[in-house]
Structures are given as C-alpha cells and as structure tokens.
Write a protein that binds this ligand. Sequence first.
Ligand SMILES: [Zn+2]
Length: 311
Amino acid sequence: MKRWSAISVDLDSLPHYCRIQGLDENLLDARARRLVGEVAVPRFLELFETFSCPGTFFAIGEDLSEQSLVKSLRRAQAQGVEIASHSHAHDYALSRRTVDDIRSDLQQADKAIARAVGVKPKGFRAPGYTLSPALVEAVGSLGYAYDSSVFPAAPYYAAKAAVMGALTLLGRPSRAILDRPQVLAAPREPYRLGAGEPYVPGEGALWELPISVTPYARVPFIGTFALTMPWAWVSHSYRALAKEKLFNFELHAIDVLDVSDGVPEALARQQRDLHVKASEKLSRLKQLIRWMRQDSEMATLSSVTAQLTLW
Ligand SMILES: [Zn+2]
C-alpha cells in the first residue's frame, strides 16, 4: 500500500496569538509583527530545501498586508511549496456565520493570496479548526479541492476547554470558540464532505483531510506535541501513525520560533512552547522528516488530494 506524509504550516502571525490569549496586541513591536514572514517561514524553507521535501503553507489573507510575508511566500512558491488559505480575518467564530458572510471572507483571502503569489489556493483550513455545514458549503462553492480543518483530538479538546475556562476566570476571555463534541467521532482518515454534518462522511466533491491524531487515544500529533513533549512519547506516537495511509502533520509558524527571536515575554508566558529553543525544535523536526521520507512519499496536500480518488 502506498503511504503519504504531508507537512502543513499555519502561518498565523503573532497578533492572532494575542487575540486567542486575550492579550493586548500593542505589546507587539514592529519586529515581532514581522517574525513569521522574516524568520519562521525562511526557517521552514531551509528545512524543506535540505530534505527536498514538499510542504503546504496556510496563509491568512489579512496578514499579507505585511510585505516581508509576501516576499517569503513568493520564495516558497518558487521552491514548490503549496500556498493554501487559512481565511482572510482568521475569525474564530467564522463557522457560526452565514454562508454569504463566510464566502465573502474566503473570497477576500483568495484575492489577497492570488495577488501575492499569482494563483488561487486549492485548499482551506478553518481558524480554530472549527467547521459547520455553512462553512463547508462556502468552501465547496468556491471551488477548493480540499479542506483540512477536522482535528478529532480528545486531549486537545479538553486542554482547549481548560485554557479558555482559566482565561475567563482571569477576566480575559479568549476569542477561541469550542467545537461541538461530534468532532471527536470524526474519521481520522480522508473522507468526502457532504451537505450535512461535516464530521460525518458525505458524497460531495470536496475532500476533508483530517489533521493527524493517534488511533484510539486520539493524541493530537501536531507541532506543539511533537516538538516539546517527551521524545519517547512522540516517537511511539509517530510509529502508530506511520502505518496510516496519510500522515497529515500540522504545524504553526511559531513552532520554529523562541523568545530569543523577539517574542514578547507576556505572550511566551501563555504560549509556553516559545520557551523551548528553536534549534531544539528544528532538530526534532529534522528527525521526523527523516522518518517520514523513509516510511512514505511526502507530498503537498493538494497532490495528496489529487491521488485520493485512486485509493
Ligand atoms: Zn490559525
């Protein structure tokens, strides 16, 4: 059986983290606002180049007003990296809006991305991983080939709820919204979305590529887990996922940053993985890519989608 691995990186800039953590965005200086485009994306590109490995970047339309990010994305595209959409405004409540409102946000993102790199994105990832029938309808109607938002992770779900509860108690309500518990029963492997419940397979043209979580325990195998948790647990979890048809490894741009890059301490206190050295996180990422190359064919999410009908 042919196996695939895909690395995707959500390029959320630091202001989005301030919003989700309930922090004032004014604590970010100009340098901190440019860290994703000037430091994180080049680190990923160097990594992809070293291993000749394909990747997918999910860009936020609004963030493309930052020219350093546009420049980095052009370089990425020239290197063969797929540029997909992570919405325009990164509104955590996007899934609760009407189909028309969602369409207009997504169209703005498409325009901003096309202006930056010359092509319309083929894939979409929802802010905060939350889908709804309206969101799926909007994504389907705009001609995307795939969505990669479903994140059926049990501990993450619990952790997110706990963090949001704590922030509310501190009087700093987070802007993130909780997904419905149905997501926990969603398939872990790619499936076609339909017109109804997005966490149940349907018969539409749009594919869903769920973000990888381990079998049974549904441990979320994403950047914060793989780059900062005890390595024995990470490698054990990787082995469980290496047997699957698609290992869909999701990271964030800030996964390759640390406080010494100029991330404000107030943000790092909330986002504790920023205290782990970027060099350590990158060396783990290198080891994981070596394994992925041995165990599977690495591809962008749009090329995985193109192969799905052949499975
Ligand atoms: Zn995001």
